[in-house]
Write a protein that binds this ligand. Structure first.
Ligand code: 2BA
Length: 130
């Protein structure tokens, strides 16, 4: 008889590895300078976190996206830790205008306030450690 074990396993919602009950996914975009302290504080408080090096679309400057999978009951604590470890900083952006002979030329710098953190919180449909 053919082995159907690879297709006849438990349905996803019965999966014993599924730990997703009441989980949320936090995506926190933070400034490079704040990423180390944020990760340190999160892990010290018992959260698991992943840092992804990212680049902001407007300033084209390196920043970091911190990914945290967290039980709903601990979400507030995670957000407080992120907030408390991120600063607001002033950056300057130099826009350019197209030049008449090729090279774009710089316009007056624009001042922008960056941070503390830009945070998205998503429901987690499923979470497994395989
Ligand atoms: P950036 O895109 O490099 O933006 C840096 C800062 O520039 C922003 O700070 C904001 O103050 C300003 N800025 C961004 N777009 C602008 C625009 N079209 N006109 C004028 N000023 C603008 P934050 O708002 O604190 O954002 C920090 C970083 O968070 C962003 O870096 C981006 O990587 C991320 N981010 C912010 N909002 C986002 C969103 N809705 N979706 C995805 N990523 C976002």
């Amino acid at each position: 008889m053919a082995d159907t074990s690879d297709v006849a396993g438990p349905a996803p919602y019965d999966n014993p590895n599924d730990e997703s009950t009441e989980m949320q996914l936090v995506l926190a975009i933070v400034q490079d300078e704040d990423a180390g302290p944020v990760i340190e504080a999160l892990t010290s408080a018992g959260f698991r976190a992943t840092r992804i090096n990212t680049v902001g679309g407007f300033l084209r400057k390196g920043n970091a996206t911190v990914v945290v999978g967290v039980e709903k009951a601990r979400l507030h604590r995670a957000l407080l830790i992120i907030r408390d470890n991120c600063e607001t900083r002033t950056e300057f952006f130099v826009p350019t205008a197209p030049g008449e002979v090729g090279e774009p030329y710089p316009l007056d710098p624009i001042q922008v306030q960056v941070g503390g953190a830009t945070v998205f919180v998503l429901d987690v449909e499923r979470f497994e450690r395989l």
